[in-house]
Design a protein around this ligand. Structure first.
Ligand SMILES: *Cc1c(COP(=O)(O)O)cnc(C)c1O
Length: 414
C-alpha cells in the first residue's frame, strides 16, 4: 500500500484520530515506509554531543546569546531602529567586525536586509561595472554567476568552473572589473584561499575588484583584508545568528566603485542600491527595518569571538574540529573525506562520503531521531555523504562525539 492510499479525508465537523505511537502503528508485515526507513537505534546517552546542531545554515545559536536576548527583550525588541537603543547595537556590531577582521581604517562595514542572495543582486547593479569573472564550483558560487549572466545591463560574465570537490583559480583579464570568489563553497565543503588573482593590476591602477562570498567562511577561516575589496556574508553561519541580513566589508576601491556607479545614472532599485545602503550603514542603520533579534544575536556572537581571542580563537576552534572530523574519516573503514586535496578541505563545513554498503541517508535519519540534526548532504550534490558544520560556535568536543555516534549507528545497522 502506498502512503497516499492511507490518507483518509475526515468529514467536516469530525475530530481526526490521534495516530498511535510508532511502536503500536508498526506491526511486522504491515510496514509503513516513512516509519520503517528510520531504524530504531538509540544512541547511548554518554556518546551524545552536548548540543546536536550540526547544520550548515541556519546553524547553532549559542544558548548564552539567546538568554542575553531574552534578558534585554523588554528594553530592546519592539523599539525603533532609528533610535539609539538599536543604533548602538548596529554600531557595536560594525566596530566589533572591524576589530575581528583587523580592518584598515579606510575600510567600511556596510549592511542591509535580504541576506547574501539579495547582495548578489545588489552587486550586479552596484559593484559590477561591465564584466565579472566568477569561480563557479558549487551551488552557491554558480548562483552569483547566473545573476550576473541574467543582468541585461552587463556583458556576459567570464565563468571559470571546476569539478565538485575542487576549486578553480581566478585568471587575470584586462576586461574583467570584478572577480567573484567564494571563500567556502558550502554545498561541497571546499575552501579556497582569498588572494588577488596572479598578475592582476591592483584596483587603484585599473584592475578588477576582488569580491568574496564569505557567507559560510567569514569568522571561521583566516583572511587578509589587503587581498579583498568586498568580503560579504550573512549572520546565520559562523556568526550563530539568524538569516535575512547581509554584511559587506569594503575596501576604499569598492567604496569608490559604489559611488561611481551610483553617480552614473544606471537605474537601480532603491532596495538594491549599495550607495543608499552605505550611507545608512555609516549612520548605524539600515535602509528599511531590520530584524532586531538577528542584529542582537549577531552582535553578541562577534563580542564573544573578540572576548575569547578574536580570529585566532574562532579559526582555531574550526581548525580543531576539522582535524578531528577528517582524521576520524581517514581512519574509518566506511567513511572518507569527499574533498581529495587536504588543503581544499573546508574547516567550517565537512563533507564525508560513505561506503556504498551504508546508506548515509539512513544514518542521518537515525542521528536526527536521536537529536543530532541537519547532517544531511547538500541535496543537489547527490552523493552518499553527510555534511557537518564546524562553525566556531560548535564545540570541537561535540564534533568528536558526533564521530563516535556515527560509529555507533553504523555498527548497529550492521
Ligand atoms: C548560505 C550561503 C548563501 C546564501 O545565503 P542567504 O543569506 O540564505 O542568501 C550564499 N553563499 C554561501 C557560500 C552560503 O553558504
Amino acid at each position: 500500500m502506498t502512503p497516499e492510499a492511507r490518507v483518509e479525508v475526515a468529514p467536516l465537523g469530525t475530530t481526526l484520530p490521534v495516530r498511535p505511537p510508532v511502536s503500536m502503528a508498526m506491526p511486522m508485515g504491515d510496514m509503513i515506509p516513512y516509519v520503517t526507513d528510520t531504524p530504531d537505534i538509540t544512541i547511548p546517552a554518554n556518546l551524545l554531543p552536548a548540543d546536536g546542531r550540526f547544520g550548515s545554515g541556519p546553524s547553532k545559536v549559542r544558548p548564552e546569546a539567546v538568554a542575553a536576548l531574552a534578558g534585554a527583550a523588554s528594553r530592546y525588541l519592539g523599539t525603533s531602529h532609528r533610535q539609539q537603543t538599536v543604533k548602538s547595537v548596529v554600531g557595536s556590531l560594525r566596530s566589533g567586525l572591524r576589530d575581528l577582521f583587523s580592518l584598515p581604517g579606510d575600510y567600511e562595514v556596510m549592511l542591509g536586509n535580504g541576506g547574501t542572495t539579495c547582495f548578489w543582486d545588489a552587486a550586479t547593479f552596484g559593484l559590477i561595472e561591465t564584466k565579472s569573472q566568477h569561480l563557479s564550483f558549487g551551488e552557491f558560487s554558480s548562483k552569483f554567476a547566473k545573476a550576473a549572466a541574467d543582468a541585461p545591463h552587463l556583458s556576459d560574465p567570464d565563468i571559470v568552473t571546476s569539478e565538485a570537490g575542487t576549486h578553480p583559480d581566478a585568471v587575470a583579464r584586462d576586461d574583467v572589473d570584478l572577480y567573484a570568489l567564494t571563500h567556502n563553497e558550502t554545498s561541497t565543503g571546499v575552501m579556497m584561499p582569498v588572494t588577488r588573482p596572479a598578475g592582476a593590476a591592483p584596483p587603484d591602477q585599473g584592475g578588477g575588484l576582488v569580491a568574496v562570498d564569505a557567507t559560510s567562511g567569514a569568522g571561521g577561516l583566516r583572511v587578509d583584508p589587503s587581498q579583498f575589496d568586498v568580503y560579504y556574508f550573512a549572520p546565520q553561519k559562523c556568526f550563530g545568528s539568524d538569516g535575512g541580513l547581509w554584511v559587506a566589508l569594503l575596501s576604499p576601491a569598492a567604496q569608490e566603485r559604489i559611488a561611481r556607479i551610483g553617480a552614473s545614472g544606471r537605474w537601480v532599485p532603491a532596495f538594491l542600491d549599495l550607495a543608499i545602503a552605505l550611507d545608512n550603514s555609516k549612520l548605524d542603520q539600515t535602509y528599511n527595518t531590520p530584524a532586531l533579534a538577528t542584529l542582537f544575536l549577531f552582535d553578541d556572537q562577534v563580542r564573544w569571538m573578540n572576548e575569547q581571542g578574536g580570529m585566532a580563537f574562532s579559526t582555531g576552534r574550526c581548525d580543531r574540529s576539522a582535524e578531528l572530523l577528517y582524521s576520524w574519516a581517514e581512519a574509518s573503514s566506511f567513511a572518507t573525506p569527499f574533498v581529495t586535496r587536504p588543503a581544499d578541505r573546508s574547516r567550517v563545513v565537512g563533507t564525508i562520503d560513505f561506503d556504498p554498503s551504508i546508506d548515509a541517508t539512513v544514518v542521518a535519519k537515525v542521528l536526527r531521531a536521536n537529536g543530532i540534526v541537519d547532517t544531511e548532504p547538500y541535496r543537489k550534490l547527490g552523493r552518499n555523504q553527510l555534511r557537518i558544520a564546524m562553525f566556531p560556535t560548535i564545540d570541537p568536543e561535540d564534533v568528536a562525539a558526533l564521530c563516535g555516534c556515527i560509529n555507533h549507528v553504523v555498527g548497529a545497522l550492521g
